[in-house]
Design a protein around this ligand. Structure first.
Ligand code: ZN
Length: 410
């Protein structure tokens, strides 16, 4: 499946970013115009690959000769590759099928990092996305950014050792973090959520510690990519992925593409206010969805009974099933509104709450059926992820696999 990368910031894709400063002279204008065309061509090839030269010309609006010259330059530099297309389609004529262009992907392993509010998971995988080794640790990622980033290095070393490979074998990496990310700055987009990360450049911090150029993304966005690549969304083009754990975040995949919003921060459903006089939330408001429902809230509710929400046997206790169902119904109120707005094919639920048992998913489904308008309510499947809480990690791996060759400077 062709996917659009949930890119936020990466040291490798900065090479194809548009220049931020205006040109100062005629020569600069000429080289900047070339850089812009080249960047536009590369991103179009990335998004539409495999793509023919004629389609590129049409999409970009350039004369065929200009496109051909630019493509020849990129082929010479090894940035892109071409392969014969399949011919014989209706209206394709009797000539040879066109060759199709893609970004070149070098050989090598990839690494994925999944930072949650209370955990870090790291994996190393083959270039086809097969996991070779995986490690995880529980820690307070929200308040201990430096420690979490240090652990990223330590767990990476551990998985490399376990897989019997070295850092030099890793050609790309991606990391998801549990906060809105500003796609323009590459930093955490909120001063209150993940506050200890607010002044950090996570890409630089990870490069400094691991030596890897890391593509950064929101955790729910990587969860959606994990579902599209390995899980329940492989055949879906319109769906909502919800990560319900210590926080609640969503990723919106519309028409096969992740919808990121103007600053890359779409999907923050956890901070929808559902009770104006409710508990204070980490974002600074009151009565947010994730201040009302989270794995921590469920743990506190079940503590008097000695029940652990991460223990599947405990979650069959009648009180636990009631708490999980009610939690699901509350989350479902917000999701029902999203279903009315977006009319998705499916809502896929991941994270600790969805993993805690079917009762949470059943509660969400119940609210969607009752509160969404009849069309969206009946059309939308509400299902739990089958990736056992690993959708975000697998999405980071999928992103790293899909990260193309780093383009040399124009
Ligand atoms: Zn909030």
């Amino acid at each position: 499946m062709s996917v659009t990368l949930p890119l936020v910031a990466t040291t490798s894709n900065r090479g194809i970013a548009f220049p931020e400063t205006p040109p100062s002279g005629a020569a600069d204008q000429s080289s900047n115009a070339h850089a812009l065309l080249r960047a536009h061509l590369l991103t179009t090839i990335r998004d539409r690959a495999p793509v023919s030269r004629s389609e590129l010309s049409r999409v970009i609006g350039l004369p065929r000769s200009t496109t051909t010259a630019l493509v020849a330059e990129l082929l010479r530099q090894g940035v892109i590759t071409e392969a014969p297309g399949r011919g014989g389609g209706a209206g394709s004529g009797s000539g040879r099928p066109p060759t199709l262009l893609s970004l070149r992907r070098p050989d090598g392993l990839v690494a994925g990092f999944d930072f949650g509010h209370r955990h870090l998971r790291v994996a190393v995988a083959s270039d086809e996305g097969h996991i070779l080794a995986e490690e995880s640790i529980q820690l307070d990622v929200d308040r201990r950014a430096a420690a979490a980033l240090d652990w990223a290095h330590d767990l990476l070393s551990a998985v490399l050792d376990r897989a019997g490979v070295s850092l030099a074998d890793v050609r790309s990496a991606a990391a998801g973090i549990p906060a809105p990310l500003n796609s323009r700055t590459g930093r955490v987009g909120s001063p209150t959520i993940l506050a200890s990360w607010a002044d950090l450049d996570p890409v630089e911090e990870l490069r400094h510690r691991t030596g890897l150029n890391v593509t950064l993304g929101n955790d729910a966005a990587f969860g959606a990519l994990g579902e599209m690549t390995y899980g329940a969304a492989r055949d879906l083009t319109d769906f909502i992925y919800v990560k319900a754990s210590h926080g609640i975040g969503a990723a919106l995949v519309l028409n096969g593409r992740l919808y990121r919003g103007s600053h890359g921060m779409a999907g923050e459903i956890g901070h929808t206010q559902i009770d104006p006089s409710g508990a204070w939330c980490r974002c600074g408001n009151r009565g947010c969805l994730e201040a009302t429902v989270s794995i921590d809230v469920v743990r506190r509710q079940l503590e008097p009974l000695g029940l652990d929400p991460l223990n599947s046997d405990d979650m069959e206790h009648p009180v636990a099933t009631k708490v999980l169902s009610q939690s699901g119904r509350t989350v479902g109120v917000v999701i029902a509104s999203l279903c009315n707005t977006l009319n998705p094919e499916a809502v896929i639920l991941g994270g600790d709450l969805a993993s805690a048992g079917d009762h949470f998913t059943a509660g969400v489904r119940d609210s969607v059926r009752h509160l969404a308008q009849p069309g969206p309510a009946l059309d939308t499947a509400v299902i739990a992820s089958n990736l056992q809480n690993r959708a975000e990690l697998l999405g980071a791996v999928a992103c790293a696999v899909a990260t193309p060759y780093a383009a040399p400077p124009a």
